[in-house]
Design a protein around this ligand. Structure first.
Ligand SMILES: [Zn+2]
Length: 156
């Protein structure tokens, strides 16, 4: 997923400078799919100027990106950082859980937040049980393989 976004021929496309995200979808036959990766505006433009000082980066993921015949299961997005990144969801991030649950008609909706820390990634999951993390700052369960940070190549 991230590798595809980084293939953009644009110096402002890097994990420390934008949020990247997508929908994880569940087909009627149970197969999981992922929507095309989208991205938000850069924090710094190509000249290094801070585009919107003080503003949090966002990514315009569309809950309908799963298309007809698929149900949203999760929204996944990155939190840009050059180090010491956090995966704690924002208030806006936390709203996704309820929105996905409303579409599904159950409580299985979740968000995966990918914290970027240099060249490592830590993926945390939030659902209805811990979506209050936006307020408490409590870290969600880590879902990396064997709870080890992923390398760039491992996040696709
Ligand atoms: Zn976020």
């Amino acid at each position: 997923m991230i590798a595809a976004a980084l293939a953009q021929d644009d110096p402002t496309h890097h994990l420390a400078n934008r949020e990247y995200g997508a929908m994880i979808c569940e087909r009627a036959d149970g197969v999981l799919t992922i929507s095309p990766v989208v991205w938000g505006d850069p924090i710094f433009d190509a000249g290094g100027t801070w585009v919107n000082p003080g503003e949090q980066p966002t990514v315009p993921v569309d809950i309908d990106a799963c298309g007809i015949g698929s149900t949203p299961l999760a929204m996944i997005h990155t939190h840009p950082s050059t180090g010491g990144a956090g995966a704690i969801p924002s208030w806006n991030d936390a709203q996704w859980v309820a929105a996905i649950n409303a579409r599904r008609g159950d409580n299985h909706g979740r968000i995966y937040v990918v914290a970027i820390d240099g060249t490592s990634f830590r993926i945390e999951v939030y659902d209805q049980s811990n979506a209050g993390a936006w307020e408490t700052g409590e870290r969600g369960p880590e879902v990396n393989p064997n709870a080890q940070p992923c390398t760039l190549d491992a996040v696709q």
